[in-house]
Design a binder for this molecule. Structure first.
Ligand SMILES: [Zn+2]
Length: 85
């Protein structure tokens, strides 16, 4: 009886951890500030609701500054792009 309880508990913990990892990293789309082509970027949600970093365009290879906002309730992501410099 006790063994069964332990097994069930372990399975729940593992499921929760898996869901947590999926929620903490996602992908979002942004449009290159140079050529206007859509790009996909990986977003680490655990880094906070407001982030900015530089990512090279996958089409023209020029650096875009991404300003990223995450809605903490819906996890919707908004990205503004800017030329570097
Ligand atoms: Zn581009």
């Amino acid at each position: 009886m006790q063994t069964t309880i332990v097994k069930t508990f372990r399975r729940n913990v593992s499921t929760i951890r898996k869901n947590f990892e999926i929620k903490m990293q996602t992908t979002s789309e942004f449009y290159c500030a140079y050529c206007g082509e859509p790009n996909v970027t990986f977003v680490d949600l655990s880094a906070g609701g407001q982030q900015s970093y530089i990512e090279d365009c996958q089409v023209c290879c020029r650096p875009n500054i991404l300003y990223l906002r995450v809605d903490e309730e819906t996890l919707d992501i908004e990205i503004d792009t800017e030329y570097e410099g």
